[in-house]
Design a protein around this ligand. Structure first.
Ligand code: PMP
Length: 347
């Protein structure tokens, strides 16, 4: 028998977010509002006409076309994935050689390391500086030593919530030959983007998602924007029908009604400011450009228990570079008030 898994999976564990049983789900940076009920009903009624017995249009052509117009790039510069998670996987499948290095700041989105290792790569995390900004010089030093294929930068960063200093990211772009992936999953909340720099840097890749601002986490749609050459390589490893007809249809309808859906962004940004004001008076926290807030609790176990007791699920970091910190999604006003009540009382 030969049933050994790949050696590179040895220190990985299956992702298990657990089953949510509480009152308020503030642990996954989802949009609490969803697609407005009336619009959702209309879209789903229209979706009844979809021929679900047929395979989807390969490569989500219509969606790429629609996105390309808004982004002012060509459809050949976009690849759509089953969540931006899948795009990250395809990037590494297409480009990463066995043993090759992948660099990302720490803490950052955990999937960069997981996918790098799953693909047989070597993950090199580089700590943030003492102001939770990207340490561009340390990253370039690590790049010099490790000759990475990829440098991943989350903008705004997850879990810290801040957008790193743009000139530091540009310094990395100016001084590396690696593929630089700027993950803009939370772009709509920050309104800051590296998109205009695509023309200047052929090694720049930007990823975005419908999971956060667009309220479509359950439909699993994300995409990358890069040069047509990079997209062509990614398409070589993309499964033929990786995104389904229903999700693509809903995304197209959502884009037609973007104004209605995006109303929630303004409310979330306002609530974010309200939360920051109270939290920062009591605990160490970081000004957020995303839809979540990162908070350091003196006693993380006690904090976890205090929130659980009130039926509020938040993301606690027990180990790793964010140990002792919690990430709290900005929810609806009543949910946020429940969080602030605990904060004011102290945990
Ligand atoms: N990038 C970042 C920074 C994220 O926080 C997430 C979701 N937590 C993703 C990518 C993946 O999102 P999705 O697969 O839903 O598009």
């Amino acid at each position: 028998m030969n049933i050994q898994p790949r050696k590179s999976t040895k220190d990985l564990t299956a992702y298990d977010p657990g089953l949510f049983k509480g009152r308020y789900k503030l642990d996954a940076n989802e949009n609490p509002y969803g697609i407005p009920a009336g619009l959702k009903k209309k879209i789903l009624a229209k979706a009844a006409a979809l021929e679900l017995n047929r395979y989807p249009q390969p490569g989500a052509g219509l969606l790429r076309e629609k996105l390309s117009k808004g982004l002012k790039v060509s459809p050949a510069q976009i690849v759509v994935g089953n969540g931006s998670d899948e795009i990250l996987l395809y990037l590494m499948l297409a480009y990463l050689e066995q043993g090759e290095a992948v660099i990302a700041p720490a803490p950052a989105f955990e999937m960069y390391g997981v996918i790098a290792k799953a693909c047989g790569g070597r993950f090199v995390p580089v700590p943030l500086d003492d102001k939770y900004d990207i340490d561009d010089r340390a990253i370039l030093r690590a790049a010099g030593e490790n000759k990475p294929k990829f440098i991943f930068i989350t903008y705004p960063n997850n879990p810290t919530g801040n957008c790193f200093t743009a000139s530091r990211i540009k310094n990395i772009l100016d001084n590396t030959g690696a593929l630089v992936v700027i993950d803009e999953a939370y772009y709509e909340f920050s309104q800051k983007t590296f998109l205009p720099l695509l023309k200047k840097y052929p090694n720049l890749i930007i990823t975005r998602t419908f999971s956060k601002a667009y309220s479509m986490a359950g439909l699993r749609l994300g995409y990358m924007i890069s040069s047509a050459a990079v997209c062509e390589n990614v398409n070589k490893v993309r499964l033929p029908y990786n995104v389904n007809s229903l999700s693509v249809f809903i995304a197209l309808e959502a884009l037609k009604n973007a104004g209605v859906i995006k109303k929630s962004i303004g409310i979330i940004r306002k609530e974010r400011a309200r939360m920051y004001k109270t939290i920062s008076q009591k605990y160490e926290t970081i000004k957020s450009d995303a839809n979540f807030i990162f908070v350091r609790f003196n006693d993380p176990q006690k904090a976890k228990f205090a929130f659980e007791k009130e039926g509020i699920s938040i993301r606690m970091f027990g180990k790793g570079p964010a140990a002792g910190w919690a990430r709290i999604t900005v929810g609806k006003p009543a949910e946020n008030s429940a969080v602030l009540k605990i904060i004011k009382r102290g945990v």
